[in-house]
Write a protein that binds this ligand. Structure first.
Ligand SMILES: Cc1ncc(COP(=O)(O)O)c(C=O)c1O
Length: 468
């Protein structure tokens, strides 16, 4: 039989082995320098896990386009491949083959001309894919100019103000002049009638966004294509279109297979799509698909042999994870065309339902009542007595993440809230959200919130370009 003292000691030991009985729970942990001695794994896990509870709930994150739910089998494959560096093709040849299969599937989905060798690559996301696509067009333009003995000094891209900030990044990082066609109040996509004067012999590419970050609308890609066909006949300039299908690339082919926005159009030479948006894969995976071999200049491809065999790469980063490439393949096989179609249809119907109900509310207006993609943006009249920012803050108190921002010039006076409907957003959730919007709008109206709050700007003084 143990003495009382001994029992107490044993109990104390037991307590101390419990994670929350550990002394680290009464001490701050190191945040800015590496601690001299490590901490027990269970304790560190719990500390970090608990700290992350301060983050928003991904399921209620209606701000992000990025996937917040995947099938358990996909998660299993992700864990099984997380220790494989994708670039080690010599060691992991199958993951490389899987990338090739996905490129083929997407090239066909986007109606690339039939080929034995479809051209494309996996990227970290649409940003890398856009940079690589535009870089290829810059190289092609330069080569043609050099061959014609003309100046290669002033390349430009022509885009609408509705493009994602990554287009501006490309222009700055890769030294290309950016010609932006501004938005107008009530018109939030590229205006084709303003396009022609911006184009000249130094235009390396025109951008068309299929599903803008700001309102989820589609740029008039067919009209842009027609204009570029006319310019080609008139001036002899063969200017490519890069389609930013970050969101729409995984929606349009399933919901509107007859709608021609892709390689069926003569000037569309490259398309990016985010696997981690409506491709339904966790972050970070994007895809760049070129129309054919001639669109990827050979001198942009790097051949390296440090990994045991000669490998061709066309990426900005060298090492990267394999998991999301594999997860994309899983989704394509698991869902098939019909599965994607059904998910996109559900999301669209929920977006349209939500949009209709919002439009019925006094002082609330959709920026676009013809919702084609499961994305909606709406304004609130100033006569309501509160702003979109007030409602966004209120919704956040309930856990909903719905961003409020002002649109780019010249529609900067228009302030919107945007909701991205993803596959795990059910009709019940839509009703709960609507209920909360109605409750808070009543509450805010009675409180008569002060509307003069400062606008949120990023460090370039531009307004909220970081929403994605
Ligand atoms: C239209 C558009 N293009 C590009 C991007 C950047 O994509 P990613 O986050 O995959 O790099 C986004 C992100 O939301 C987007 O909406």
């Amino acid at each position: 039989m143990l003495s009382k003292k001994k029992v107490f000691k044993e109990k104390e030991k037991e307590n101390l082995s419990a994670t929350y009985a550990n002394r680290y729970f009464t001490k701050p942990i190191s945040k800015t320098s590496i601690p001299a001695d490590g901490i027990d794994g269970d304790v560190v896990y719990q500390l970090i896990h608990d700290e992350l509870n301060m983050d928003g709930n991904p399921a209620l994150n209606l701000a992000s386009f990025v996937t917040t739910w995947m099938e358990p089998q996909a998660e299993k494959l992700i864990m099984e491949t997380t220790n494989k560096n994708f670039v080690d093709q010599e060691e992991y040849p199958q993951t490389g083959k899987i990338q090739g299969r996905v490129v083929n599937m997407l090239a066909k989905l986007f109606h690339a001309p039939k080929s034995d060798e479809y051209i494309g690559t996996a990227t970290i996301g649409s940003s890398e894919a856009i940079m690589l696509g535009l870089l290829a067009h810059k190289w092609t333009w330069r080569k043609k100019r050099k061959a014609a003995g003309k100046s290669t000094e002033n390349p430009n891209i022509v885009i609408g103000a509705d493009v994602h900030v990554v287009w501006e990044k490309f222009a700055r990082y890769f030294d290309v002049e950016m010609r932006i066609i501004p938005m107008k109040e009530g018109h939030y996509t590229l205006s084709v009638d303003e396009l022609k004067p911006q184009i000249d012999e130094n235009t390396i590419c025109v951008g068309a966004v299929m599903g803008t970050t700001f309102t989820g609308q589609l740029d008039p890609v067919q009209e842009i294509n027609t204009l570029l066909e006319e310019i080609k006949i008139e001036k002899g300039w063969d200017i490519p279109i890069h389609v930013d299908g970050a969101s729409g690339g995984f929606i349009l082919p399933f919901l509107y297979p007859e709608f021609e926005w892709d390689f069926r159009l003569s000037h569309v030479r490259s398309i990016n799509v985010s696997g981690h948006k409506y491709g339904l894969v966790y972050p970070g995976i994007g895809w760049l698909i070129m129309k054919d071999k001639t669109d990827l200049p050979e001198d942009l491809i790097f051949y390296v042999n440090y990994l045991g065999s000669e490998e061709a790469t066309y990426t900005l980063n060298f090492s990267r994870g394999s998991s999301m490439v594999v997860a994309q393949y899983y989704n394509l096989l698991n869902l098939g065309i019909n599965g994607y179609k059904q998910i996109m249809q559900n999301s669209l119907e929920n977006a349209q339902y939500l949009g209709k109900k919002i439009e019925e509310m006094p002082n609330y207006h959709l920026t676009n009542t013809n919702i084609k993609l499961p994305i909606l943006a709406f304004t609130i009249d100033s006569s309501a007595g509160y702003s979109v920012y007030d409602l966004s803050d209120k919704l956040r108190e309930r856990g909903w993440i719905v961003p409020a921002y002002s649109l780019p010039p010249n529609a900067q006076e228009v302030k919107v809230l945007r909701i991205v409907i993803k596959e795990n957003f059910s009709r019940d959730m839509a009703d709960m959200l609507l209920n909360d919007i109605k409750t808070f709008s009543k509450e805010l109206k009675t409180k008569k919130i002060n509307l003069k709050r400062p606008q949120k700007t990023n460090n370039n003084g531009q307004i909220n370009k970081h929403i994605c």
